[in-house]
Design a binder for this molecule. Structure first.
Ligand code: UTP
Ligand code: MG
Length: 693
């Protein structure tokens, strides 16, 4: 007998893993969710979740400055383009540390090419984790800005997203419970690892739509898409109804609090008959599958999940069907995989049950796989120093300073090598330019010699060929011709009349001699031309020698002024090799400067930690003595996590001793920020340390 369940097909371990879903599917009739005795008790923890996710003005500022930077560096590179923000940052439904969604609007764009170009540009700017996802429905380039820690997604011409963001923003403006519930649900989904469209669960956006849908069903908000005046927009040749009517209002909205709404949210979706309806906020109610034309296709998630785990095959579509409010052909559950669907349903049931039995909110949201969320946590830049003694940290600081000095010396050496190589290449170029006229003439003579040589060879060949064909030299031919001619034309001696045959022979010999004569004359003309050319060639060779001497004289005069070029082979090839060397030195310099940058940052961090420690010790002592001196601005009281933002205040008073002996000019207005620059990654001109004296 098989160990797996007859209803769900789950193995023993799967029954444990998905116990809530298993219980629900096997006891459907008997499951009844409770309402906790102290539902009011949930209000505070839920409100805490909302306020913990409040976006601080410092985060907004960091986003704004990043946006400005991207506008300048990206949008300005593409003609007629513009960057717009969308997503939760724009709709107001953002979790703290959430991503920053940007849309580059650009006409007639080849999306893949544009994304590739942007990706390259971002890498060049020192952005981290740059990743181009070109196979998604909406291709994007993802990256993290190391300076602010913000994760960014840039898509191209994602116009519809701008409209659906506006719709979510309009709902959020309507009633504060939209934002509160969205934050609580998104927070829960994030921590339970079911809000990750790349890994087969709902997108964060899909959870927002489910929240709006729930609040519509609960009559907390009116349907903003139901106006009679329809607004249509053509996007990529397709027409969309993008109506948003912010004037819509409910006659009598309910006044359920956040605890009631969160509980009902979990009940609603945990027990929903997904197989019979399609979530549609556009309609303000669930649509029947027939009406929508989206059938609950086979195979089911369970069938796929329980089949060959190695090679699970494709699940049928539209199981947890959610219609996009504007793109009506887009089912937001399209990204959900079989195990994703099972996990989502199990988590909804788990939350509904735990909420019902009064389990603490923090347990309901207990993080699954905390490592996954580590880069959303505020960066505690001192985390590795907290368990180290001051002596060890001081030691680390000394070591870092020594490394700074040694890299500094290396940079100096490379810099002077670069300068001298540059000077050498420049001087060589100078010599080459100065003597270029002579070399040009020399070159044209050499070219003349070459072509003349070819002509001489050709003529010689022709002459010799004729000479080998014509046996007699020309003067003998001419003698013989005149002899035969006289013989043929002299007065006839009637006693010695030649025979007819002999006369015929004389004639043909005459003709033959004539032909030979023509050829011999040609050979003689060729010979004369040959002699002429050889003479010319000798003259030109003499000239060549003169140019060479002149060139040598000019070069040695120039070298008298450029002793460093002495004994150097001066040629364009050599100049090119010096150029290549400059290029390689520059590459090495860039690498070393990057190292220096990191080392200075590290020294600043270690120094700040020691100051922070000694500051809090002093404070402790001072307060013991009743010293009422005010606390240093920006310092933290405890040793809780410190972010880059927190530390800027700490460092603003610190002298720049750790950044090696060298001094940098810092403009007064942004002095604090610039010093802070020591700790973060830099962009563009901001990354340039002022050159040392
Ligand atoms: P996200 O999934 O990042 O949602 O999609 P979000 O609301 O910004 O959530 P967090 O705070 O980052 O977790 C960003 C935007 O992409 C569009 C929507 O405009 C959404 O607001 N989008 C996303 C779609 O249009 N369709 C989708 O299927 C997913
Ligand atoms: Mg987002």
């Amino acid at each position: 007998m098989s160990d797996s369940c007859e209803i769900t097909g789950f193995s023993k371990s799967d029954i444990e893993k998905y116990s809530y879903l298993h219980k629900y599917l096997t006891n459907k009739e008997k499951i009844e969710f409770q309402t906790p005795e102290n539902l009011e008790g949930f209000i505070k923890p839920l409100q805490n979740t909302v306020s913990a996710n409040r976006i601080h003005s410092s985060e907004t500022k960091r986003r704004e400055s990043l946006l400005k930077h991207l506008e300048k560096s990206i949008a300005s590179k593409f003609e007629n383009s513009k960057i717009s923000t969308f997503g939760s940052v724009e709709s107001g439904l953002s979790l703290k540390g959430g991503d920053f969604d940007l849309c580059l609007q650009i006409q007639d764009a080849n999306q893949k090419k544009v994304l590739k170009r942007i990706g390259g540009m971002l890498k060049g700017q020192g952005m981290e984790k740059v990743q181009i996802i070109s196979r998604a429905k909406v291709p994007i380039v993802k990256f993290t800005d190391p300076r602010s820690g913000i994760h960014v997604d840039i898509s191209i011409n994602n116009t519809l997203a701008l409209h659906n963001t506006k719709l979510l923003a309009s709902y959020a403006k309507l009633d504060s419970r939209v934002k509160d519930l969205a934050i609580c649900i998104k927070h829960w989904a994030l921590h339970r690892n079911i809000s990750d469209s790349v890994n087969g669960t709902f997108s964060s956006y899909a959870w927002s739509i489910l929240v709006i849908n729930h609040l519509l069903e609960e009559d907390v908000i009116p349907n903003l898409q139901s106006s009679t005046d329809r607004v249509l927009a053509e996007i990529d040749g397709k027409e969309f109804d993008i109506t948003i009517d912010e004037s819509n209002a409910l006659d009598d909205s309910n006044n359920k609090n956040i605890a009631e709404l969160t509980l009902s949210f979990f009940h609603n979706y945990a027990t929903r008959d997904w197989s019979n309806g399609v979530v549609s906020i556009r309609s303000g109610k669930s649509l029947s599958r027939e009406e929508k034309g989206w059938m609950d296709e086979e195979p089911s998630a369970l069938e796929i999940y329980n089949s060959d785990k190695e090679n699970p095959g494709r699940m049928g579509e539209h199981h947890l069907a959610i219609e996009d409010p504007f793109d009506l052909d887009h089912d937001l559950s399209r990204v959900v995989w079989a195990d994703g669907e099972i996990r989502i349903r199990n988590e909804l049931l788990r939350a509904a049950e735990m909420f019902g039995n009064g389990s603490p909110w923090k347990d309901i949201c207990e993080t699954v796989d905390p490592d996954r969320l580590s880069d959303m946590e505020p960066v505690d830049i001192f985390h590795d120093l907290r368990d180290k003694s001051d002596d060890i940290v001081r030691n680390m600081l000394e070591k870092t300073k020594a490394e700074i000095d040694s890299v500094d010396r290396l940079i100096d050496a490379l810099e002077s090598e670069r300068q001298s190589t540059l000077r050498m290449a420049k001087a060589m170029r100078g010599v080459i330019e100065e003597t270029s006229d002579l070399r040009k003439e020399h070159k044209s003579v050499v070219l003349g010699l070459k072509s003349r040589n070819a002509e001489i060879d050709e003529i010689k060949k022709k002459r010799d060929k004729i000479n080998s064909d014509v046996i007699l030299p020309i003067h003998m031919i001419e003698d013989e011709l005149s002899k035969v001619y006289s013989r043929l034309t002299e007065e006839l001696d009637i006693h010695r009349v030649p025979s007819l045959n002999k006369e015929k022979d004389q004639f043909s010999w005459f003709m033959e001699l004539q032909a030979m004569h023509g050829k011999a004359r040609e050979a003689s003309e060729l010979h004369h031309r040959f002699i002429e050319l050889v003479k010319e060639q000798k003259e030109e060779i003499k000239k060549l020698k003169i140019y060479e001497t002149k060139h040598d004289d000019a070069t040695s005069k120039l070298l008298e002024n450029e002793p460093m070029l002495k004994d150097k082979n001066i040629s364009s090839k050599e100049v090119n090799s010096y150029d290549r060397r400059v290029h390689n030195i520059q590459k090495a310099l860039r690498k070393r400067r990057g190292e220096m940058h990191k080392l200075r940052r590290e020294a600043g961090r270690l120094d700040a930690w020691l100051r922070k420690k000694s500051g809090s010790q002093n404070r402790g002592r001072n307060s013991g003595r009743g010293n009422k001196k005010s606390k240093p601005r920006g310092k933290k009281e405890d040793s809780g996590p410190m972010t880059l933002g927190d530390i800027s205040g700490l460092l603003s008073g610190m002298n720049n001793e750790t950044s090696s002996k060298r001094t940098r000019k810092v403009s007064s207005k942004k002095a604090g920020m610039r010093k802070m620059g020591n700790l973060g990654a830099h962009r563009g001109s901001r990354s340039q340390f002022k050159k040392k004296d």
